[in-house]
Structure formats: structure tokens, C-alpha cells
Design a protein around this ligand. Structure first.
Ligand code: SAM
Length: 317
């Protein structure tokens, strides 16, 4: 392990990062200080350490330990910059409708960054990206972006984020909010952080097909120790995919859906583990999600692509 505490940002003092954070407790500005510039603190005396280069606004990973395991095990599996493919970029375009021209030079929050597959796309498109995650996935995403001066990674809770109101030009949260204790309430925590004229795009699980089936399993599977369930996925997924045309595996895939996404076996193992291990697994209808946007006063509410429950809306100027 590297030294316990390092300064932030590691790559030098980058102007846009200087006044980024506000105290999650009292919303006063946070200033970097401490003996070796290794914490953020506000006038009210609240302080937050910077550990291994990452500002920490939570003391632990609370209910997302499966993601701490998942993203440190598969730290680059889904990153286009690592695989040389474009599946994350394609998915990002479909789920958000955003383009490189729209985000270039803009401040974008990736709420629930994971290992950073979508921050990777945004960084390449020239955005100033702030990736936040409650889990120790931040160790992986920090390593993935530590040499870029347009990405900042922090550990924090969407329920209590360290930013002032109207900070971001864009907010994206893809595949995240259904893993919180209350999908709608956590969505509502993001909206105030959006600037006037800004745009927010989310994707949450739809209440259909495999998502419904997995909802029945989650109360049992989330309790299995992560390592044990993961080892089982490593054994089961390649075998099931090998014999996927057989009658028994066809039947099994309806009772216990597993991944076969055509992006390689590592991706399928990761995705199957991801489908059954989280503590929370909310499922929602497109109308329900669009309703949250409208209730929050957002305008131009629409589904940017043909992906169910991907919704985007703007904050009026
Ligand atoms: C399925 S992963 C998706 C990660 C990334 N958006 C992607 O698509 O690769 C969900 C992520 O949401 C994070 N998460 C869940 N609840 C959160 C919360 N309250 N605050 C911040 N992150 C949270 C988890 O730790 C996990 O990394």
C-alpha cells in the first residue's frame, strides 16, 4: 500500500479544482489545509481527510461493499480506453443523448462513478469531470484517472454530497440510483446541484424482464459473502455461456438470468455478479421516472435514446 495520506490533486494545483467542494454538513466552502495539505475543512470546523490522493466525505462504504469488491476486481474491464472498444461510449450516448460538443470544457458530475467507464468517455470528450462514489471503487477510478488534469475523484454519498447548489453544467448517473435506499429521494438530491440551463441524465433499472426476476433473488443473494459469490460466478458464467443453447441452460437463464453481452467473458462475470450482489435493487417504470423529473421542476423531459428508463431533463434558465 502507498503512504496513507497524499495531497490533492496529485497532478498539481489545477485552477478549476480549487473551489469545487462545499461542506456536506453546513455547505460552507471547503478549503484545503492541514499540516501537509491533507484535508479539507470549513469555517465551522468540519474536516474531511484526503487519503491516497482522494478526498473522503464518508467514513466507510456503508451498504455498497459489493461494489467496493466489484470495481477493485474489475478496475478496467469496461473502460474503452483499456479495451480499445467503444461499447461504453455507445452506451453513454444512448443513455444520455450527450455529445462531445455539448460537454467539452463543461463541469460534469458523474454520480456513482464506479471504476469510471463513463468518466473515461467524458474525459476523452474534454469535459471537466467530477466522479463521486460511496464505495471504495474510488481507489480504482482514482488510479484510472490520476494522470489526467480534467478528472477529480472523491468518495462521497449522493445523499449528502460535498457541493454547493448550482455547481454543475451536467449531471449523469447511470445505473446507480436504484442501488440507493430510495431511488427517487436520491435523484432529488442531485437536482439542486445542477446550474440553471444545465441538464441531468439518469438511467435506472426498468420494472421488466430480467430486472424483475433478479428482484426476487436479491434478498438472498446480497447476503452471500462477495468473494464466495464472485468465485461461483467465475465458475458458473463461462460454463453456462458455453452451453447456452442447451435446453437446460435456456430454462436456467429464465429462472436465474446471467450475462451474455458479447463483450467477453470477464464482462459477463462482472455483470452477473453486479446483477445479484448489491444490497438495493430498485425497479421503476419510465412514466414513474419521468414523473420525478417533472415534479422536480425540470423541463424538456425526454428519453434520449431507445433505452427504457433512461431519462434526461433540463433546469430552466
Ligand atoms: C452498478 S455501479 C455503476 C457504476 C458506473 N456508473 C457504471 O455504470 O459503470 C453503481 C455504483 O453506484 C454507487 N453508489 C450506490 N449508492 C451510492 C450513493 N449513495 N452515493 C454514491 N455512490 C453510490 C456504487 O458504489 C456503485 O459503484
Amino acid at each position: 500500500m502507498t503512504s496513507a495520506v497524499q495531497t490533492f490533486p496529485r497532478q498539481g494545483d489545477v485552477a478549476w479544482q480549487q473551489n469545487l467542494f462545499a461542506c456536506p454538513s453546513c455547505k460552507r466552502s471547503l478549503v484545503r489545509g492541514g499540516a501537509e495539505q491533507t484535508e479539507f475543512s470549513c469555517d465551522a470546523g468540519h474536516s474531511f481527510p484526503i487519503v491516497r490522493g482522494i478526498p473522503r466525505f464518508v467514513g466507510s462504504d456503508l451498504y455498497v461493499d459489493s461494489f467496493s469488491f466489484e470495481w477493485n476486481t474489475h478496475n478496467t474491464t469496461q473502460l474503452d480506453s483499456h479495451t480499445g472498444g467503444d461499447s461504453s461510449e455507445e452506451m453513454f450516448r444512448i443513455k444520455t443523448g450527450l455529445t462531445p460538443e455539448q460537454v467539452k470544457g463543461k463541469l460534469v458530475l458523474d454520480a456513482g462513478v464506479g471504476a469510471g467507464r463513463f468518466s473515461d468517455v467524458l474525459a476523452r470528450w474534454g469535459a471537466k469531470v467530477v466522479g463521486v462514489d460511496l464505495s471504495y471503487a474510488v481507489e480504482a477510478s482514482y488510479q484510472n484517472f490520476k494522470d489526467l488534469d480534467n478528472v477529480v475523484i472523491a468518495q462521497g454519498d449522493i445523499g449528502r454530497l460535498p457541493f454547493a447548489e448550482e455547481t454543475f453544467d451536467f449531471i449523469v448517473s447511470i445505473g446507480v440510483l436504484h442501488h440507493t435506499p430510495n431511488t427517487k429521494e436520491y435523484f432529488q438530491k442531485l437536482v439542486p446541484l445542477l446550474k440553471r440551463g444545465g441538464s441531468i441524465a439518469i438511467w435506472v433499472y426498468p420494472n421488466e424482464g430480467d430486472y424483475n426476476t433478479r428482484t426476487q433473488w436479491i434478498p438472498y443473494t446480497y447476503k452471500i459473502p462477495d468473494k464466495m459469490f464472485y468465485e461461483w460466478c467465475r465458475w458458473f458464467v463461462p460454463l453456462a455461456n458455453k452451453y447456452r443453447t442447451s435446453n437446460i441452460v435456456q430454462w436456467l437463464s429464465k429462472v436465474f438470468p446471467f450475462s451474455y453481452q458479447g463483450l467477453g467473458v470477464e464482462n459477463d462475470i462482472l455483470d452477473t455478479f453486479d446483477g445479484y450482489s448489491p444490497r438495493y435493487h430498485g425497479i421503476h417504470s419510465p412514466d414513474e421516472v419521468m414523473g420525478w423529473f417533472r415534479e422536480s421542476g425540470l423541463i424538456n423531459v425526454h428519453e434520449p435514446g431507445n433505452w427504457t428508463t433512461s431519462v434526461r431533463g433540463d433546469k430552466a434558465v
